[in-house]
Design a protein around this ligand. Structure first.
Ligand code: NAD
Length: 352
């Protein structure tokens, strides 16, 4: 066995249908009396219901979280947290809302209690992102890691079938890259493989019946494992491409991950055979890249970058940015091959 380093990140996780009822007890554990609750405008009603259930322990609601955490929103939310003298931030939502909580914690060390409602996995990572002047900067800081996470699958039934499928593939992407990352280790690979298995088994059921709580539980469990994988192991070519496409062309986060993933896996297939065998096994497929592609077809996802609004002529620039300062990757990074990968993803070709 190869030598490795494993770091477990601290987090208290409360998981299960109805787990949100434990929110007051979890606030007690944190010694919190003045909660600032955060959400996007779309989830304002949901977060206000949670606030109402807390009575006067809810000091306020801030419902302007937005994708990629614009700095103006972060600064406004930090001001509100200061003015309310909040002693905890409760995030109710997907990666955008968790990201806003992290932005507040980054400058104030406000403890965060996360209640995730998508499969993005941000709640398990010390990674934050902030967007200023059209540029997204990311970093790692222990202060932004949520102290407590409440996973309640019943909060995910309102996530549409399309968003569930894309968000679930985003989570699978974290697992895939964690298995062949430069700092991959056998403990994280165990979680990543189980994460793929749980998501691949549950997502097809969810898109047929978004209210199936058993499948929703399985998917959220997989997303939790995927978040741990993302937080613990570095990411490679796939995440670099998605950050490039999301950052420069503002393509939707989860959908971009879903389209690029089979092609990034194909790029790395021969350079990471052990990881690919585990991914294929978790998918119940013969081959990892085509197994991922076929799962996405079954989920009814968009399969072409062309469908997300990027132009064929932009691919040359995207390939250049993605190869100029690449993340460590099992297969050597080659401009012409990365361009070919993007062209295949643009056209939605099966990565045979
Ligand atoms: P999102 O948080 O932007 O949510 C998408 C939309 O779905 C929003 O309108 C949201 O309000 C809505 N929504 C969320 N849950 C819902 C539910 N259960 N029912 C109905 N509507 C719901 O999307 P996301 O994909 O979860 O997060 C993407 C963002 O998270 C990106 O900015 C990405 O960079 C970031 N992210 C960060 C990390 C990290 O470790 N820092 C990890 C993953 C993603």
């Amino acid at each position: 066995m190869k030598a490795f380093t494993y770091v477990g990140l601290p987090a208290r996780v409360v998981f299960g249908v109805g787990a949100l009822a434990q929110l007051p007890a979890e606030l007690d554990r944190l010694g919190a009396k003045r909660a600032l609750l955060l959400s996007t405008p779309e989830q304002s009603d949901a977060v206000r219901r949670v606030a109402a259930s807390l009575g006067d322990r809810a000091a306020g609601v801030y419902d302007k979280a937005a994708m990629h955490v614009p700095i103006e929103v972060a600064e406004d939310a930090r001001r509100v947290a200061r003015e309310l003298q909040a002693d905890v931030g409760i995030t109710v939502g997907g990666g955008s809302t968790t990201g806003l909580g992290k932005a507040i914690a980054l400058t104030s060390s406000l403890p965060i209690l996360a209640v995730p409602t998508t499969y993005a996995g941000s709640e398990m990572t010390p990674i934050y992102g902030l967007t200023e002047g059209g540029m997204k900067k990311t970093g790692r800081d222990a202060r932004v890691l949520p102290r407590t996470v409440i996973y309640d699958p019943s909060l995910t039934v309102s996530l549409s079938a399309a968003l569930s499928a894309a968000s679930g593939m985003n989570a699978i992407a974290h697992c895939v890259e964690a298995m062949y990352a430069q700092d991959a280790n056998p403990i994280i690979s165990l979680m990543a493989e189980e994460g793929i298995r749980a998501l691949a088994a549950s997502l097809p059921i969810i898109i047929r019946n978004p209210k199936d709580l058993e499948a929703r539980s399985e998917a959220l469990y997989g997303a939790w494992l995927a978040g741990i994988s993302l937080g613990a192991a570095g990411m490679a070519l796939h995440h670099k491409l998605c950050h490039t496409l999301g950052g420069t062309w503002n393509l939707p986060h989860a959908e971009t991950h879903a389209i690029v993933l089979p092609h990034a896996a194909r790029y790395n297939r021969d350079a990471a055979p052990e990881a690919m065998a585990r991914i294929a096994r978790a998918l119940g497929a013969k081959d990892a890249p085509t197994g991922l592609y076929d799962l996405e077809l079954k989920l009814g996802l968009k399969m072409k970058l062309a469908d997300l609004g990027i132009k064929a002529a932009d691919l040359v620039y995207a390939a250049r940015i993605a190869t100029e300062a690449p993340y460590p990757n099992p297969a050597a990074i080659d401009y012409a091959q990365v361009l070919e990968l993007l062209q295949n993803a643009f056209a939605g070709r099966r990565p045979a």
